[in-house]
Ligand binder design. Sequence first.
Ligand code: SF4
Length: 338
Amino acid sequence: MTTVNEPHPARWWEAVDNDRVRCDLCPHHCVLAPNQTGECRVRQNIGGKLYAIGYANTVALSIDPIEKKPFYHFFPGQSIFSVGPNGCNLHCRYCQNHFSSQSSTPTDHLSPEQVVRFANRPGVAGVAFTYTEPLVWYEYVMDTVRACQRSGFSTACVSNGYISLEPLEELLGAVDAFNFDLKSFSDDFYRSQCGGRLYPILRTIETAIQSPAHVEVALLLITNLNDSPEEVGKLCRWLAEHDPETPLHLSRYHPSWKLKLPSTPVATMMRSWEIAREAGLKHVYLGNVTLDDKYTETRCPDCDAVLIRRQSYQTRILGLNGETCTACGRKINIVNTV
Ligand code: SF4
């Protein structure tokens, strides 16, 4: 496979005047002069038209445990073929993938049909768009999703959720599952640490929860930046009001890229788990930290039977019959039908 730099026509843009265009894919609404690229670095004004210059170029391709994304309620125990682009429309100071998200790493060219061929092996539930920010790969994601649909494969996006409403609605009608990375419940945090705004991301999650797509949410708890009991409590109550059965992944921060704060204390992780449960969330998980099974296992919200037990990426389904609890028959918010 080789990198092909041929630009692909982009969607979601308008001409502003003779030679400038405005991209409306995300809330930045970048206005671009000729040859200029947007904040995401992968959408460019070429000759008065907008192009997706990273189309089909992936920085990584790998078959991963689906729990690694993380998805805990979407084909648990299965694998997923994972691809992702260079570029991102946010600029988080602690990004673990900053080599690809904030600058460019070598890519392999992979057509949508090739993705389907790679994914077509035993134990692989489908295709995940992940690693950096798949929303800025919009045209390729949609084309690949359609190719997957034709072949009966599921699709999933791991995303920051920073997208305009209209393209989001189209995406929600096509992609089967999303894990949205909600970075904080503070607009100041989004402005100072990520170069974005909170409101559009809350709108994305609300809209997605109301759609047929399966939704999980992740929050990286960062020492003294977004891990106060007040902020964690507010975020969890907000999520519980929209859907208390949405799985929430609380991940432990370690120093990364420009942010050199100490790792989040384990006690903060455990306290945040309790806060999330008290807020009414039924499925709360801790990540990037090894603790008691109770922080990673799935239990039935009604009868408390253990449904799934996880150790590292070893997943054992113990009490599920398809998507219902074997012990009491309760329907669980889980996609488990291959
Ligand atoms: S997708 Fe990229 S080019 Fe388009 S508005 Fe967002 S940051 Fe700007």
